[in-house]
Design a protein around this ligand. Structure first.
Ligand code: GLA
Length: 379
């Protein structure tokens, strides 16, 4: 990818790039919608990334090119004009640029910029966090700054919240920033505090991307965010992570039923993340798998962010040989299912699951057998 990046950049801008960066996508392992509730979450950086090549300019011209789109989006700095239609992908690096400023981090006044990716879009693998992190690293590096990783992660998340407009937590940017090969990233989102937990050797990840996406997915994500905050207010805590054990049952008459279901999911899910870390440390992948599937069932019935397609895949997977557990990964309302398997689950088993899905829904899911990878880096 490095030589493709240099060749494409040179063809587009007539000179070589000054710096190259890479940031990975992520699997949400467990901890569904816990991040913005102040809880804990586990994720894995994956071997699919966004790469950015950049060279500073002497003027205030901002030129953005992407491997996925023809042409160059040419903007005049320092104006942050939100882009739409074909150019809307530029809102990610643009938002990052604005957040870097807000965080007191330097970026070049003008630049030529190119992003390439081998990360499927809209699969719940967080291509947005990957482009944000790769951009943040490239902009700061090109300006001669070496900010610490936590500041970059926070600036990237700020871009998503304040410019792109998604009220997400820190999971995606945190995992893309702090990923480590053969490890999961554990985030205590309130600090935030980032750690890595070793992944037992024979654990494999398979992703089934349904390519389905609820038309209102952004609105539904924001609605879940609101419902969780409503539940926290009813329980008299700032964030659901602070709800004492038993508080939910004790407040049954004061809390609207929908908010109560959302809160039940979040409170139980935070407990499942803790239990998963314990099981991982004990090398007990069977127990980890049961927790993953329990997380999915809770999404299905309490948080209501699953879909019939995702439920079907989970049902198929948990009955397949070599599968420890399966769940939707990411925000939900479409996207992908991930499963944790032993080496007994291979291409044949994956194709059997995909064929059953195709018989039912008339379209085949994409199958990805992913490895863990290191987090964002300068190349
Ligand atoms: C999306 C968001 C994350 C997180 C997950 C759900 O991926 O970007 O911050 O909330 O959904 O866990």
């Amino acid at each position: 990818m490095k030589s493709a990046l240099i060749a494409r950049f040179s063809a587009e801008f007539g000179r070589p790039p000054a710096c190259l960066t890479r940031a990975p996508g992520r699997i949400e392992f467990i901890g569904n919608h816990t991040d913005y509730n102040g809880g804990t979450v586990l994720g894995a950086a994956i071997d699919r990334s966004v790469w950015v090549a950049l060279a500073p300019r002497n003027d205030a011209q901002w030129n953005f090119a992407s491997g996925q789109k023809d042409g160059v989006v040419r903007l005049r700095g320092p104006e942050f004009v939100r882009q739409s239609g074909d150019a809307s992908w530029v809102n990610y690096p643009l938002g990052v640029l604005r957040s870097l400023q807000a965080f007191g981090l330097n970026a070049p006044t003008g630049f030529d910029y190119l992003a390439l990716s081998d990360l499927p879009l809209g699969a719940g693998l967080s291509s947005s966090a990957a482009i944000e992190l790769a951009s943040a690293l490239a902009f700061t590096r090109a300006a001669g700054a070496e900010p610490d990783r936590e500041r970059l992660v926070k600036a990237a998340r700020d871009a998503e919240n304040s410019f792109v407009g998604v009220p997400c937590g820190i999971l995606d940017q945190g995992v893309s920033g702090f990923g480590r090969k053969d490890h999961l990233v554990f985030i205590d989102c309130r600090g935030p505090r980032f750690e890595t937990v070793p992944l037992p050797g024979d654990a494999h990840f398979w992703i089934f991307n349904t390519h389905t996406k609820h038309a209102l997915v952004d609105g539904l994500y924001a609605a879940r965010h609101r419902e969780c905050m409503e539940a926290a207010r009813a329980l008299d805590v700032a964030l659901l992570v602070d709800a004492p054990a038993g508080a939910l049952a004790a407040s049954a008459d004061r809390i609207p039923p929908v908010a109560a279901k959302r809160a039940r999911h979040i409170i139980d899910e935070i407990a499942r993340v803790g239990a998963t870390v314990t099981a991982l440390r004990a090398g007990d992948l069977a127990a980890v798998g049961r927790l993953l599937t329990a997380s999915h069932r809770s999404s299905q019935t309490l948080f209501e962010n699953s879909t019939v397609e995702l439920d079907f895949l989970v049902d198929q997977l948990v009955d397949a040989p070599g599968v420890y557990g399966a769940r939707l990964t990411g925000g939900g309302f479409g996207g992908a299912v991930m499963s944790l398997t032993s080496p007994k689950f291979g291409d044949t088993q994956a194709r059997t699951v995909a064929a059953a899905y195709e018989r039912r829904f008339g379209a085949s899911p994409d199958i990805l057998h992913l490895q863990t990878a290191d987090g964002a880096e300068i190349l």
